[in-house]
Design a protein around this ligand. Structure first.
Ligand SMILES: [Zn+2]
Length: 109
């Protein structure tokens, strides 16, 4: 009798350091993927859109007593990519990084 495959092995590049990682996706969705962290899909913007964004000027907004600035124009992504990070980047730079598009255009000063 053939043994049922319990997990699928996929290889992904880390979005931060580019390192290859092997991720195990279990057929049982309650089990956590091993070997990498999945952040869902992120938008990838063209250089033209990014330029438009950086030239649009900034607007100020407040949250929890902190002042943030974000671009007035939000770059529209032309495609979406799966965002994966290796454990090193995930645990090492969790709070310091922002994905390239959408809310990501916010930065603090
Ligand atoms: Zn990495």
């Amino acid at each position: 009798m053939k043994t049922k495959e319990l997990f699928r092995k996929i290889v992904r590049d880390c979005a931060d350091c580019g390192k290859k990682m092997t991720v195990y996706i279990y057929a049982d969705k309650n089990k956590i993927n091993r070997g990498g962290h999945y952040f869902g899909k992120i938008g990838i913007c063209s250089k033209k859109e990014k330029d438009k964004e950086s030239k649009s000027g900034t607007k100020k907004w407040k949250m929890d007593g902190h002042t943030f600035y974000s671009y007035k124009y939000e770059a529209k992504p032309y495609k979406y990519l799966e965002h994966w990070e290796c454990p090193t980047c995930y645990w090492g730079s969790r709070n310091t990084k922002f994905p390239p598009c959408n809310t990501s255009t916010a930065f603090s000063r």
